[in-house]
Design a protein around this ligand. Structure first.
Ligand code: PLP
Length: 449
């Protein structure tokens, strides 16, 4: 039966971010159930989920109150839209709850189904904001290399991964500057000097394009999918200064950083950023329902509301009752428990300290992290920082080994990436690090190091 399911999957299902030919030949893992922080494939293989799904199940897989909230909502009002002055109770209540947990200047929310659509929404909001002010030429958007902002055309254009760009007929008014990836881009520089230098590329790009033509800068507080790129402390204050002084809107993509990942509710708080727009998705429903959106600051809504007129933008499922009910139940857990504070104060320091020990391992070039996410960079030589193997083969080998040992981790470039659920205890973190350590040993052995 399992073999049959695998064959059907290989025959008919085109998977996201998957080499179709390779999958058709070799297949993969079918997941059939999950509990607490563990996922089980259809062969019964149990794995500790060191990635919280795709950075979304921050509260793990057994949150019955979210399941109940969705079930009750489906029985009460399974669907209605929010177009044309209609609304529904969970969407209204979630909007209010999000306003309550974000900073004071955020008083409005626009709901989407995903982070990608939320970033598209950002671009539409930004262009309407400037058009209403009679400044339509302010349309250029600056993003960063190696960023991931989603997979629609606009989101893929915002993203900075070269592989995605090669496959995308991208938008020509989106430009990319360097990422604050000290280990890869500037390891011979003092980290703070490097952070300032990279931040100032934003100013250079604004000068190049002309300040009156630049609308916004978008970035994740910590670049997640790009490899958990922890910015030097000097980076964000300088970016904020430039955006403020040069009249550029700042968009923080909090799709991964939001809802506790960096130690506070939002990565913007951790890094002292004051964005004008904030993208969220993923953990807003603990991953149990598809939901994303944009927190829109008063600076933007003052223009939108004062000028009036329809904002011609929306999705059939914007503010879907079942999805927003899941969001509401998730926020209730986060607000009424001490999960975010406990993760920040007790679990994350243990997680980061245990991972840091791995820097002594012969194939580990750098361990970096903040709060409940981290990356372990693999090298063949610690001094030259030479890759472990051509392309990303070393990290792929290590990831596959970890998976077989019972740890779900992800590989990005030459790094192993982890974002365990915030509900992990220190013993579970120890189990995660021990499995990763075994996988590193096996990988070193495989490459004769
Ligand atoms: N923005 C960031 C920072 C993300 O990490 C992702 C997804 O990983 C997205 C946007 C896109 O979100 P979605 O996959 O929900 O469209």
């Amino acid at each position: 039966n399992n073999g049959n399911l695998q064959r059907l999957d290989q025959s008919h299902h085109l998977h996201p971010f998957t080499d179709f030919r390779d999958y058709a030949q070799h297949g993969g893992r079918i997941f059939s159930r999950a509990e607490h922080i563990y996922i089980y494939d259809s062969n019964g293989h149990k794995m500790l989920d060191g990635m919280s799904g795709l950075w979304c199940c921050n509260l793990g897989y057994s949150q019955q109150s979210i399941v109940d909230a969705v079930t009750e909502q489906m029985q009460q009002l399974p669907y209605y839209n929010n177009f044309f002055q209609c609304s529904n109770q969970p969407a209204i209540e979630l909007a209010k709850a999000l306003v309550d947990v974000t900073e004071d200047r955020f008083n409005h929310v626009f709901f989407t189904n995903s982070g990608s659509e939320a970033n598209d929404t950002n671009l539409r909001l930004v262009s309407r904001y400037y058009q209403l002010q009679g400044r339509p030429e302010k349309k250029h958007i600056i993003s960063r290399k190696n960023a991931y902002h989603g997979s629609t055309i606009a989101a893929a254009s915002l993203g900075g991964m070269s592989g995605m760009h090669e496959q995308t007929n991208g938008l020509d008014y989106i430009h990319h500057i360097e990422q604050p990836h000290w280990f890869e881009v500037g390891p011979d520089e003092d980290p703070d000097a490097f952070g300032l230098r990279v931040a100032r590329q934003l100013e250079d790009k604004i000068d190049e394009l002309g300040e009156s033509n630049v609308a916004a800068f978008i970035a994740e507080p910590v670049q997640g999918a790009g490899g958990v790129i922890i910015p030097p402390d000097s980076y964000w204050p300088e970016v904020q200064r430039i955006c403020d002084e040069r009249d550029i809107l700042l968009i923080a993509d909090e799709v991964i950083c939001g809802f506790g990942r960096t130690g506070q509710w939002f990565g913007s708080q951790t890094y002292g950023i004051k964005p004008d727009l904030m993208t969220f998705a993923k953990a807003v429903t603990n991953g149990y329902q598809p939901l994303g959106g944009v927190m829109v600051s008063d600076k933007i809504t003052d223009v939108l509301l004062n000028h009036g007129g329809e904002f011609s933008h929306g999705l059939t499922y914007s503010g879907h009752p079942a999805a927003t009910a899941a969001g509401l139940a998730t926020l209730k857990i986060l607000r009424e428990s001490n999960i975010i504070a406990n993760a920040a104060d007790n679990v994350a320091p243990h997680f980061q300290a245990r991972l840091k020990e791995l820097e002594a391992h012969p194939i580990v070039g750098q361990v970096r992290g903040r709060g409940m996410f981290a990356a372990v960079e693999l090298v063949s030589d610690k001094t030259s920082r030479e890759k472990l193997a051509p392309e990303s083969a070393g990290a792929v080998f290590c990831r596959n080994t970890a998976n077989n040992l019972g740890l779900m981790v992800r590989q990005t470039g030459n790094a192993m990436i982890m974002a365990p659920p915030l509900i992990c205890n220190t013993g579970e973190i120890d189990a995660l690090v021990d499995m990763l350590s075994q996988a590193l040993d096996a990988t070193a052995k495989h490459y004769g190091i």
